[in-house]
Every structure is written in C-alpha cells, then in structure tokens.
Design a binder for this molecule. Structure first.
Ligand SMILES: Cc1ncc(COP(=O)(O)O)c(C=O)c1O
Length: 491
C-alpha cells in the first residue's frame, strides 16, 4: 500500500470532535467511517500517489522522494502542452502584470481581455458563433446541461450509457426526462427517438472519445438521426481536443479533414453539431472547460447558469495560457501526429506479446486486468520496481470485473521508454499469471467476443495516410529475453 490519501498528518490535530457521541445523538464521525468502510468493501476507495510532474522533463515526474523519478504513462496532458515553452512564457508574463487572482466572478468583477480572447478562439476552433468558458470541463457540462434541460419546456435527453459523470449530473440537475441508449448503439438511439413526440425538444448527449474504453462515437450517424428527428446534438470532445483534426478541434473536425484544412466548413460534421463541450486541462495542458454553440444559446447559459454566475473566474494567466496552447495546436499538428505514431507502436507491440488491449480507434490504451486487487498490484510493481506510473482504474469508473490500466502514451515518449513499459508489462503479466489477450478475446465457449474485434484497430481515427506511416515502419519494440531483467533496474 502507498501513502495516505489525506494530506494532513492526522495525529497533529488530535481526535476528531465528539459532537453527537452517545445514545440518542447522531454519531457524525461514526457515520463517516461507515461510508468509508462501504467504499473499502466495494473496492471503490481511492488512493492517491504523490506524483510531481516535471515541466522540463515531461513526461517524467518525481515521487515523494525527489530522487525517485517515474515515467508517467497515464496523463491526460497528452501533448505535453502543460510544459510547452510558449504556454509557460505567456503565463509568466500575464501573471507578472495582472497577478494570481481574477478578483471575483465575472458578474461582479467584470471580465478581462484574456476571457474575451479565449472565448473568441474557442468559438473559432469549432466554427460556432460563441463560446463560454467555465472553471472546469466538469462544470461546463454540469452547468450547460442543467440550463438547457431546465429552460427547454418538457425537454428529453438521450444520453449514451457510457457518458461521463459530469454529463450525467448535468442532466440530473436539470430535472428533465432522460433516456439512456446503449453505448454507441445507433439502432437503440433511433428506437428511443421514435417514441418522443415531434414537438418535444430533444437533446442527444454523447462524447467523441470515451475516456475509459477509448471507443469513438459514430458522430455522422448521430447527426443523421438528429436531423431526421429534430434533436439537438451535444458532443463532449474533452479527450479529443488538440489530438484530432487538422487544427486540433477534435474528432468532428477530423472527419472532414481535407475540407477543414482548406478552410471549408459548410455542411461538415462540425457544422451539423449544435453544441460542443470541451476541457482545457487535457490536450491543451492548462485548465478550464467550455461550451460552444449559437450566440443565443451561449448567452442564455451565461445569463441563467448558477454555476457560472456565482463563482470566482479563473485567474488571467490560466486563461492566457489556455489560449496560447490552443493557438499553438491550431497551427502545429506535429505533436498530435507523433502521439498517434506512439500509440500505434505501443498498441501493436502489446498485442503482439499477447497483452489484453481492448480494441478501439483512439489514442487511449485500456489494458485489461479484471480484478481490482491485481490491478493495484500491477500498478504498485510498475511504480516501485520499474519507475513507471500508471494509475489503476477500478469501480465505479469501470464495472467490477473490468478493472484495467488506462495507458495514455504522450507525444514525448521515446522508443526506449516504450520498450521499457512493454518489457515491464510482459514480466509482470507472467509473474502474476494474469489473463492474456486470448483469454479476454474469447467467451467460455471459445467464441470471439464482439468488443474484441481487433479489425477496429486498423480503422483508427487517424489513418495511416494522414500520419504518413505504414505499420511496417513503426519502431520495432521487440524485447529479447535477456532484456527483461535489465529493464527492472530503472530509467
Ligand atoms: C469526458 C469528460 N468530460 C468532462 C470531463 C471534465 O473535465 P475537467 O477535468 O476539466 O473537469 C472529463 C474529465 O476527465 C471527461 O473525461
């Protein structure tokens, strides 16, 4: 087990307050303990590691011990924009001139040139009339969906079963009716749309890249259905921003790659999407979230949303840094292409060695373990013996029995680092006798399970042609038997 999850040294503060102890009173502390005991029992209790990302050595970090460096293979800062020189220099300049605080909510303190410029670039990124910046991606989804669902009379949400918690909560907070359609199942979506009267407002809420399984939604088909049944489309592109499309606007942009490269947007998928939701703490390496859509929609959310109105705005350097990251990625596709090449070589090598990579079309590599204690054990061995950090993903983020390592290569991982990860995983899988790719691919009767149809891997969002790579020229990550032991010596 690794260090505590709470930052303070509890002993320093003595025992917790005793209010409510004794017969007849409500026992607050006992109640907290019983909630925690339930979390431990159902394996959803969370442990945090002390990981300090090093801006000048991305993707390395140091642990509690500054001398122990670990190679981070689970960051959402996929492109290393959090360490990008232009981003950092911009933030320094704005911080020195305007300070560390925005001074209050935009409602009472006004906004500033950085908020205006950021929202302008966000709207342009998605070719929409307007955008609104929130303090996080979670807040953006929660607030926007709450407003939309509560302001459209009798509105019905059609929500993909694998949607992120922030989408689920936003819909719940709106009080609107919700229908959940099976993950990425267009037929199920259509069956549900058919049951809703024509004059009822309806919103299809979904993501482009699903973070825990890496699946990509059938966006064009969803747009077709939305047009056929008069529904609005609300897409969360949080895990695709910076990574897909000629300008890094996400999968919707990527689907009309050439048109957008040539600056033509009419009739494209991006054009057909009504509302985009995004976050800036992932591919854009900074912080915050947003929605983009028509000017009237954005103004309505700005005017009504409690979670937007009654909170202190992000400090100017954060907004300036976020804009610098977007500007950089809009005109520099190299790192997103490098990232995809790294994903290709790591995925291919893991599969060649029989490690159970769940197939998908994106940059996320879910490596299935299927048991929470073992998943934690693999992560511990990687950290302690190999100086590799990958966070285990357990329930409730994934169903029990589908625990996994969520590996996210970055644009900066070298061939040597990829090889180190691969040899570590091969050794650990062997040591712990974990289920292999073949074990996962087949059901008890030996039939291939549909979700393991590996042909999907060949249909990645980024095509070989767009990346200018053919699988044969990917780096060879072959591990020789005598290298297995060597790699455990560290990085
Ligand atoms: C699909 C999706 N949407 C929204 C969010 C929230 O974004 P943020 O981390 O900026 O709050 C996340 C976070 O991981 C996410 O995975």
């Amino acid at each position: 087990m690794f260090p505590a999850t709470i930052s303070t040294d509890i002993a320093e503060f003595g025992p917790a307050p005793v209010k409510g102890h004794g017969p007849g009173w409500f026992g607050y502390e006992n109640h907290y303990e019983s909630v925690l005991a339930r979390k431990r029992a159902d394996k959803s209790y969370r442990w945090f590691r002390n990981v300090n990302r090093l801006a000048r050595e991305f993707p390395y970090a140091h642990s509690a011990d500054e001398q122990k460096k670990v190679d981070v293979w689970c960051t959402n800062d996929y492109l290393g924009m959090g360490s990008n020189l232009e981003v950092i220099q911009t933030m320094h300049k704005v911080l020195d001139k305007y300070g560390a605080c925005s001074g209050g909510s935009r409602n009472i303190s006004g906004h500033n040139q950085y908020a205006i410029a950021l929202e302008d670039v966000l709207a342009r990124l998605h070719m929409k009339q307007a955008a609104l910046y929130f303090n996080s991606g979670y807040t953006a989804n929660d607030c926007a969906l709450t407003v939309i669902g509560s302001q459209l009379p009798g509105c019905v949400f059609l929500s993909d079963a694998s949607n992120h918690a922030s989408i689920i909560e936003g819909i719940r907070h709106s009080g609107a009716k919700k229908m959940i359609w099976r993950h990425n199942d267009i037929e199920d979506l259509e069956a549900k749309l058919k049951t809703i009267p024509k004059d009822t407002p309806k919103i299809i809420a979904f993501e482009s890249v699903y973070s825990m399984c890496g699946t990509v939604s059938p966006i064009a088909k969803i747009c077709d259905l939305a047009e056929k049944y008069g529904a609005l489309t609300y897409i969360d592109e949080v895990h695709a921003l910076g990574l897909y499309g000629p300008h890094g606007a996400g999968v919707a942009e990527h689907l009309d790659f050439e048109a957008h490269r040539n600056g033509e947007s009419e009739g494209t998928i991006m054009d057909r999407i009504d509302i985009f939701a995004g976050a800036l703490g992932k591919g854009f390496g900074t912080m915050g979230g947003y929605i983009a859509g028509s000017a009237a929609l954005v103004d309505m959310i700005r005017s009504v949303s409690s979670g937007f109105i009654f909170t202190t705005a992000q400090p100017p350097p954060i907004m300036a840094g976020a804009k610098a990251a977007i500007d950089f990625q809009r005109s520099n596709p190299d790192s997103r292409m490098e990232l995809q090449r790294n994903v290709r070589s790591v995925k291919r090598a893991l599969i060649e060695y029989g490690l159970p990579v769940l197939p998908n079309q994106s940059h996320i590599i879910p490596l299935m373990v299927g048991d929470s204690a073992k998943c934690q054990q693999v992560a511990d061995i990687l950290f302690n013996e190999y100086n590799i950090y990958v966070q285990p993903i357990n329930t409730p983020s994934v169903p029990i029995g589908e625990e996994r390592l969520r590996i996210s290569p970055t644009a900066s991982h070298t061939v040597a680092q990829q090889q180190h990860l691969l040899s570590a995983l091969i050794e650990i899988w062997d040591r712990l006798q974990l289920r292999t790719l073949q074990d996962w691919e087949r059901d008890a009767e030996g039939r291939l399970k549909p979700e393991w149809n590996s042909t999907e891997i060949g249909q990645a969002v980024w095509s070989n042609k767009q990346l200018d790579v053919v699988p044969a020229v990917l780096p060879d990550l072959t591990i020789l038997p005598n290298q297995l032991e060597d790699t455990r010596l560290g990085i």
